[in-house]
Each structure stands twice: as structure tokens, then as C-alpha cells.
Ligand binder design. Structure first.
Ligand SMILES: NC(=O)c1ccc[n+]([C@@H]2O[C@H](COP(=O)([O-])OP(=O)(O)OC[C@H]3O[C@@H](n4cnc5c(N)ncnc54)[C@H](OP(=O)(O)O)[C@@H]3O)[C@@H](O)[C@H]2O)c1
Length: 335
């Protein structure tokens, strides 16, 4: 008989509610408890998951002995403290992206999990979706030739009520850690670790990046150009081009709902659509199912979204922030 995985959710905001909804699709998984400081958030969970225990603080959640794994859905500036809180109570963790504010925090989170032999994974959900997998299959097949260029943009204008986390530096505000991370993740998936990094940003009044432009350079001549913005409605598309053809991942390229268009040779109008298995729900069930499989096997690290994958993303974002002068107080604080 398959062991049922009992989930806890720490923080009851927007993404937590979507994740909880998708968790219903995962076999042998149950949302056991949610910790939310907000009565409104708690009420939404009571409607969505009537059987789940509702805590009004995070400490009670981590102390529940029946919970196998906790999904951390608080703003990035709190991931470090909340992950350590869970690990100190022996709980496996699936932590939302961006995993931490900087690589120093990420290293400490990972070394703590390793020392305690507890499962820890970044919730980089796109990597588990059929669309990301199909993109990688197409790139690896050689149909596009050698990939020389990745062009990605991700931008929207936040609508009221604007979540505090988007602009508040202490919560890790700014486009890079929130949405630019997807651009970097896709570029690195296709081209690997960059040899050179350039970056520039436009500051918001709070000092965090309202727009960020990144170039990744490779010694083999490949380049990636990546934009993230809270001040322009960008197409939010990814273009991956080689010397034989290119693919375009249409709007919301980082989700299962994107369409992958294949443009062979020099053609700009003759395209065909690469078929991808349709997804029920938002698409968070893929990563949740994977976490359950890892826990049943007794793994402390995912073989798909590894600790090294997380550290590489954090190190690249550290360097982008250094080049673009995006600072968080956590960069200078002793941890
Ligand atoms: N994978 C994805 O597709 C995806 C999409 C969106 C966001 N995210 C990531 O998920 C995380 C949360 O994003 P979100 O959009 O869900 O944010 P959100 O709606 O603002 O929710 C964050 C929740 O964190 C809790 N929290 C605890 N301390 C807080 C503080 N000082 N300020 C604000 N909130 C605090 C609150 O929950 P309670 O009041 O209920 O305790 C709040 O509702 C971020 O790291 C973000 O990057 C991922």
C-alpha cells in the first residue's frame, strides 16, 4: 500500500491557495493543516479543504507530529527563517521560489537540511510541467541546431491591491527574484551556467528593481537576453533559437498553459505547434507529486530540482544584483 503524504502549508496567501487546490489531484496526498495569521486567508482554506486543521500561527504547524512535509508560501524575504523553523522541527520542506534572498542564506538552508538528513526542495514548479519537459526534449533532439540565442521577457503592471512583497525590500521585493528568476531558469536550462553576466535595473521608489535587464554570455558565442518588469506589459514569452530553427513559448511561457510554436529554418510564418499534454488545474500538482515520490523513497534531495540547481540560480541572481546594484539588508547581515 502506498504511504499517504500529509502536507502542511505555511502562509495562506495567493499561491498557497492555488497549491492547495492542485493538491486535490495528487493521489495519496492530503492537506492536513494550514497555518495562516489572517482570518480571511484561513476562511478560504476552510472552504477549499473543510477537513484541514487551521492554525493561526506558524509554530503550532511545525510542531504537529502528523505532518510529513511543509510547503512554505510566504514572501522570499521570509523563506530563510521559515525553512529553518521547519527543519528544526524535523519537517521536510518544499520552499517557494525565490528560495532565499542570496546564496549565503540558501547554503545555510541546504547545509542544515543535509546535517539533519531532511528533504528540502525549491518549488521551481515549471521544471515539472509537460511544457518545460517538451521544450527540453525539442532542444536536446537537435532539431533547432546549436542553440545560440535565448530571448525572454516577463512583465506585468501589478494591479491593486498590490501585494506588499512586490516592492518591500525586507520581503525580497523587485522583479528579479519574483519573476526574473523564471527567465534565468529557462535560459540556464537550455544554455547551462553562464560564463559572463551583465545587468542593469530601474529602481522603484522603495529601491528594489522595477525593471531588470540581464545578459548572459557564453564562451561558445551563445547569448541570453532577459527582461523583467513591473512597469510594462511585456509579452511574457520565450524564444529559443538555433542555427536550424527556433521555438517560441507563447504567453506565460513558464506555465503549462503556454503553446510551443516551432519555426523551422528561416521561416517566420510557417510554423507548427508542438503538442503538449494538457494540464488540469494550475500545474502545481506535478511538483507536489514528485515531492511525495521523493519522500516515499526516503530521499533528502530531489534528483530533478537539486540543491546544486537552486544554488546556481541564487549565485547568478547574486551576481546580477551586484552588477545592477540591487541590495537587500540580508546581504550584509550576519546569518
Ligand atoms: N510558483 C508560482 O507560480 C508562484 C506564484 C506566485 C508567487 N510565488 C511565490 O510564493 C511566495 C508567496 O507569494 P504570494 O503571491 O502567494 O504572496 P502573498 O499573496 O502576499 O502571500 C504571502 C503570505 O505570506 C504570509 N506572510 C507572513 N509574513 C508576511 C509578511 N511580513 N508580509 C506579507 N506576507 C506575509 C501571509 O500569509 P498569512 O497571513 O496567511 O499567514 C501572506 O498571505 C513568494 O515567494 C512568491 O515568489 C510563486
Amino acid at each position: 500500500m502506498t504511504k499517504k503524504i500529509y502536507w502542511g502549508i505555511l502562509g495562506g496567501g495567493r499561491i498557497a491557495q492555488k497549491f492547495a487546490s492542485d493538491l486535490k489531484q495528487v493521489e495519496d496526498a492530503e492537506l492536513y493543516a494550514v497555518a495562516s495569521r489572517s482570518k480571511t486567508n484561513a476562511a478560504s482554506f476552510a472552504d477549499l479543504y473543510p477537513g484541514a486543521i487551521l492554525y493561526n500561527n506558524y509554530e503550532d504547524l511545525v510542531q504537529n507530529p502528523d505532518i510529513d512535509v511543509i510547503y512554505i508560501a510566504t514572501p522570499h524575504g521570509l523563506h530563510y527563517a521559515h525553512t529553518l523553523l521547519c527543519l528544526q522541527h524535523g519537517k521536510a520542506v518544499l520552499c517557494e521560489k525565490a528560495f532565499a534572498l542570496n546564496s549565503r542564506q540558501a547554503e545555510k538552508m541546504i547545509s542544515t537540511a543535509k546535517a539533519k538528513q531532511i528533504f528540502l526542495m525549491e518549488a521551481l514548479w515549471s521544471k515539472f510541467t509537460p511544457s518545460w519537459q517538451k521544450m527540453m526534449e525539442t532542444v536536446r533532439s537537435g532539431e533547432l541546431g546549436e542553440i545560440k540565442n535565448v530571448l525572454i521577457n516577463f512583465g506585468f503592471i501589478p494591479q491593486a491591491p498590490v501585494a506588499d512583497r512586490l516592492y518591500n525590500p525586507s520581503l525580497g521585493g523587485g522583479t528579479l527574484l519574483d519573476i526574473g528568476i523564471y527567465n534565468i531558469f529557462y535560459a540556464v536550462s537550455v544554455l547551462g551556467k553562464p560564463d559572463h553576466i551583465g545587468a542593469r535595473m530601474t529602481p522603484a521608489p522603495s529601491g528594489v528593481d522595477e525593471q531588470c535587464a540581464v545578459t548572459l554570455g557564453y564562451d561558445n558565442g551563445a547569448m541570453a537576453q532577459l527582461f523583467s518588469s513591473y512597469s510594462a506589459q511585456l509579452a511574457t514569452e520565450a524564444h529559443i533559437s538555433g542555427n536550424k530553427g527556433r521555438i517560441r513559448l507563447t504567453h506565460r511561457f513558464y506555465t503549462p498553459e503556454t503553446t510551443i510554436e516551432f519555426y523551422p529554418g528561416r521561416a517566420t510564418d510557417h510554423k507548427h505547434i508542438i503538442p503538449v499534454k494538457p494540464t488540469e488545474g494550475f500545474g502545481y500538482h506535478y511538483e507536489a507529486r514528485h515531492v511525495g515520490e521523493c519522500l516515499r523513497k526516503g530521499l533528502t534531495e530531489s534528483p530533478v530540482m537539486t540543491h546544486a540547481d537552486t544554488l546556481l540560480l541564487m549565485e547568478i541572481m547574486d551576481e546580477i544584483r551586484r552588477k545592477a546594484a540591487i541590495h537587500y539588508s540580508a546581504d550584509t547581515e550576519l546569518i
